[in-house]
Design a protein around this ligand. Structure first.
Ligand SMILES: [Cu+2]
Length: 492
């Protein structure tokens, strides 16, 4: 971005077609900000930090706009989801398709950040993040400026003990995140594993945050998703990983938002692959950003490239697996010699690939998860030998957390589909999980520290299928080709 000069800035690359503006190079539009802005950790910020002052000012100004104004607080939240009918442009866009969980939210936050800049009057304002994955309990508490009761950043509908700072979020959420960051090499399964604990945070906070159709009304929502966006960078930064840039059905999909002039804009995943360069931000705590480039092909949405799954151990579910308030055990069956052979075969294949590329993933996959409405609980998932007794996220049998927030809730009017979550089990198997009989145990939790079971969920959850499967790593694009694309992109 150092080469950004006045000439380039003057060549505005925004072209207006009809009512919508299509950006081909967003970086040209923030030509005044040579260095990327820093999205900081909110736990280190005082209530009178300029970022918090600016946020409060902007939220108040946006709440004063009529709901019909796309820059208004209400309209911005309705882009995520709303019960209000009839729907206006871009409303109810969130999680239309699980493949775009990371990409769509990155765009949503980016345009929101620009609107906040305008209404705060701070052109370098950057959205902070809430690191609820921290091992430090103080960081897992709602950041202090959001707990001041007469503040525009306060939302009275949140869980009361979180809202006073009396408790923090559960450590198992962060362990679940660390698990996929360390083990997953397939973009879509990593993203699916990020979605689970993210939903757990929504459910634990509750109130507006607990429902897709009101979540973005809570100013804390944006810091939660800033953290989820940071996790994407951290995951990618581990090396040997790639975004699905070779998948045209992913990279060319287009989504609608509004800019700070409250004008309609559209954006594709190709425009958000390099956060610092294309979108002008970086995180206070993240590895060196990985810059990836889309092939220079005409924007045609190609056929969906299906993920290659290798079924290894299929749960034998005659009836859907029903969870109400208590721990539920599901016998995954005996690991027969042929299953062991398959796992061995999978690991050999992974070893072979390791020489040139990256490992494939071994995952626990839960499919067809459904509930009538938000169940009020999140769920810890364990995979281990039959008869496991203690359930603690420090256990090596712990694979992750999911919370039902968007997909799988039948009460949602928009884009209904059953939920699916995957969890890494690479390490577990490597550590000798070779006993004959395996079981999957699901433990309902509140998502809060020191409060394991929440026995209040009114609505049961059903799961259609539980299986152990292999999944191919997302191919890392050719280095020379990426280098070529990089120099083309940077020399105009
Ligand atoms: Cu969310």
């Amino acid at each position: 971005m150092a080469q950004l000069n006045r000439r380039r800035f003057m060549q505005s690359t925004a072209a207006t077609v009809g009512a919508a503006t299509y950006f081909t190079d967003v970086s040209a539009l923030y030509g005044y900000a040579i260095n990327p802005t820093m999205r900081r950790n909110a736990s280190n910020m005082a209530t009178n930090d300029p970022v918090m002052i600016g946020y409060r000012r902007a939220v108040a100004a946006m709440k004063n706009l009529p709901d019909s104004n796309p820059c208004s607080w209400f309209y911005q939240s309705a882009i995520h989801g709303t019960n209000v009918m009839p729907a206006q442009t871009a409303w109810n866009s969130c999680h239309m398709d699980a493949r775009f969980f990371w990409a769509w939210h990155r765009m949503y936050l980016y345009w929101f950040e620009r609107i906040i800049r305008k209404y705060s009057g701070m052109f370098d304002w950057a959205l902070p993040y809430w690191n609820w994955t921290s091992t430090n309990a103080a960081q897992r508490a709602i950041p202090a400026p959001f707990r001041v009761t007469n503040s525009t950043l306060y939302d009275a509908s949140r869980n009361a003990s979180l809202n006073t700072g009396a408790t923090s979020l559960s450590t198992s959420l962060g362990t679940s995140v660390a698990n996929f960051i360390n083990n997953q090499n397939n973009y879509f399964s990593a993203q699916g594993s990020a979605n689970g604990p993210h939903g757990g945070v929504h459910v634990a906070i509750g109130g507006n945050m607990g429902s897709v159709n009101s979540a973005a009304k809570d100013p804390l929502f944006w810091l939660h998703h800033s953290e989820v966006d940071r996790q994407w960078n951290v995951w990618l930064g581990q090396g040997g990983r790639s975004n699905p840039v070779s998948d045209a059905s992913w990279r060319n999909e287009s989504f609608t938002f509004f800019d700070e002039c409250c004008e309609e804009v559209t954006m594709t995943p190709c425009q958000i692959l390099r956060a610092a360069r294309q979108l002008g931000y970086e995180y206070e705590d993240e590895p060196t950003q990985v810059n990836q480039y889309c092939p220079l092909t005409p924007i045609i949405v190609g056929p969906l490239i299906p993920i290659k799954w290798y079924p290894i151990l299929k749960g034998r579910l005659r009836d859907p697996y029903l969870i109400r308030n208590d721990i539920v055990r599901h016998n995954l069956g005996n690991l027969e010699p042929e299953n062991l052979k398959m796992i061995e075969g999978f690991r050999d294949k992974a070893k072979e690939k390791r020489r040139g590329e990256t490992d494939d993933d071994l995952v626990l996959r839960l499919q067809g998860i459904e509930a009538e409405t938000q169940t009020g609980a999140a769920y810890e998932v364990y995979l281990g030998p039959k008869g496991m007794e203690s359930f603690n996220s420090d256990s090596r049998y712990f694979v992750g957390v999911f919370g039902m927030f968007s997909a799988g809730l039948k009460s949602r009017q928009h884009h209904y589909r059953p939920a699916e979550y995957v969890f890494s089990i690479n390490e577990r198997l490597a550590k000798g999980l070779r006993r004959d009989e395996y079981e999957v145990v699901i433990v309902p939790i509140s998502g809060l520290d020191d409060e394991k079971i929440r026995p209040k969920s009114e609505y049961p959850l059903s799961i259609q299928s539980i299986s152990v499967e292999g999944i191919e790593a997302t191919p890392v694009p050719n280095k020379d080709e990426q280098e070529k694309l990089r120099s083309q992109a940077e020399s105009e």
